[in-house]
Ligand binder design. Structure first.
Ligand code: TMP
Length: 204
């Protein structure tokens, strides 16, 4: 059986990833592919347990390095247990966030820099997505979209933090132009979805 594809979605909080992931899944299933949807941090029992610790808004004392290592630990488990086996079976894997989230949020947002890259390279054994869709949306617009619901520990960070995350994503798009495709996410759902499907079609 031929190898499947590993596609990730990235973007700031409120950028509309979940909606677009569902639309891409429907499209790929309509084409007859078997799609595995997963998310970070999470996607396995162990990784979901780690997610609870990371996002708990009571964990205000968590250090930036602890946060980085916990995301990397959740990711290592997800790659081993779910992503790599599914791609090897020939499935289409769509993951909501991956290493680029740690780069944007911890390397740029928290200011830890490229040590985050080194940690994650080791955590995933150099296993990277075939394609990353980056939903670009100004952080103020994104945070405005989610202001009505209960926010987790990361979402509660300052607006300066979310601005640095956004700028981090733009820098990553420049650093990995072959893998990361940035999309203007301020437009309508259908228009964005069409652009994503066109990009994915070129790969399959
Ligand atoms: P979610 O809200 O998209 O499920 O993601 C949970 C939060 O965790 C979100 O605010 C982004 C943040 N995050 C990081 O800071 N680093 C990471 O490596 C990942 C995967 C998520």
């Amino acid at each position: 059986m031929s190898k499947g594809l590993f596609i990730t979605f990235e973007g700031g909080d409120g950028s509309g990833k979940s909606t677009q992931i569902e639309k891409l899944k429907d499209y790929l299933e309509g084409k007859g592919f078997h799609v595995v949807l997963t998310r970070e941090p999470g996607g396995t029992k162990i990784s979901e347990d780690i997610r609870e610790i990371i996002l708990d808004s009571r964990n205000t004392e968590m250090s930036d390095m602890t946060e980085t290592l916990l995301y990397a630990a959740a990711r290592a488990q997800l790659v081993e247990q779910v992503i790599r086996p599914a791609v090897e079976r020939g499935d289409m894997v769509i993951c909501d966030r991956f290493v680029d989230s740690s780069m944007a949020y911890q390397a740029y947002g928290r200011g830890l820099g490229d040590i985050v890259w080194d940690i994650n390279k080791n955590a995933v054994g150099d296993y990277m997505p075939d394609l990353t869709i980056l939903l670009r949306l100004d952080p103020e617009a994104g945070m405005g979209r989610i202001s009505g619901r209960k926010q987790d520990r990361i979402e509660l960070s300052s607006s300066d933090f979310h601005r640095r995350v956004y700028e981090g994503y733009l820098a990553l798009e420049k650093r990995f132009p072959d893998r990361i495709k940035g999309i203007d996410a301020s437009r309508g759902i259908e228009e964005i979805s069409e652009e994503i499907i066109n990009i994915v079609q070129d790969l399959i």
